[in-house]
Design a protein around this ligand. Sequence first.
Ligand SMILES: Nc1nc2c(ncn2[C@@H]2O[C@H](COP(=O)(O)OP(=O)(O)O)[C@@H](O)[C@H]2O)c(=O)[nH]1
Ligand SMILES: [Mg+2]
Length: 303
Amino acid sequence: MENKTKSGFIAMAGKPNVGKSTLINSLMGQKIVITSNKPQTTRNKINCIYTEDNYQMIFVDTPGIHKPLHKLGEYMVDIAVNSLNGVDIVLFVLESTHMPTEEDERVYTIVRKSKIPYLCVINKTDRKKEEVINHIKSSDYVKNEKCLGVIETSAINGENTEELKNKIKEILPFGPMYYPEDTITDRPSRFLISELIREKIFNLTSQEVPHSSGVVIEDLKTRENGMLYVRAYIYMERESQKGIIIGKNGQMIKEIGQLARKDIEDLFEMPVFLDLHVKVKKNWRESDFLIRNTMEFKNDIKK
Ligand SMILES: Nc1nc2c(ncn2[C@@H]2O[C@H](COP(=O)(O)OP(=O)(O)O)[C@@H](O)[C@H]2O)c(=O)[nH]1
Ligand SMILES: [Mg+2]
């Protein structure tokens, strides 16, 4: 039938740093999820929704399947496989810069056991090694009967991501539009904003500093002049870390604020006033304080 829509859930599977989040942003055509060259940047699950007239793709960054499964116990694998329940297509993401590692092999075990149709995505072709591509193309990853194709991409410059989207569209099942057409994520604005701020901390600081940071959006409202007002607190565990975030003469927090503001403006397509503060809260990661504050969004953007 002509007017049937196609839709489905597409899970990203790949070891840390292969470019899953960058790929999602490239497929979406805008930056929604945060990326960094440090592992474990993605703390929370987020669905990104891409809608066209006759189809809807829901990209799922499922943290369960990227966790390093230190001991490849059957139990751990089962949990990871279960986290793919209900997904229509898996994107098994590999890197073209080096031969597959043990970590890739673990992810493959999960993808294979799930028995869900998948596409092999060989990413980072801007730095590719031909022998790696050839190796992957002749491996079980591609020969498996559930593998519906292999594609080389560069998520960072968008090479072949349109083609990838077309391939996904081909294999997407017929189904309803799950979300309203203007929805781009299942997460509230507060979450997206706190993530963008957290990303700057990840990219500008090092060692334990990024992992010790948490961001809470204290206030979020549109003002009459059409500006989005954001008040955010960065929580750190120690005074010394607070000092690093503020930086010499406030340079660091200024930079975090400027970069975050730019991304928030791009995402919301409106001018943003970002009022950024740093606080120390010992062991916040062990309390449910921040979890509660960043996860419960009783009121999203207030007018
Ligand atoms: N050169 C290159 N770098 C990439 C590409 N895709 C992602 N990256 C970089 O790889 C790092 C990890 O990317 P990210 O999307 O956060 O990986 P994830 O952990 O799989 O979500 C970041 O520094 C990205 O900028 C690519 O196609 N080419
Ligand atoms: Mg990620």
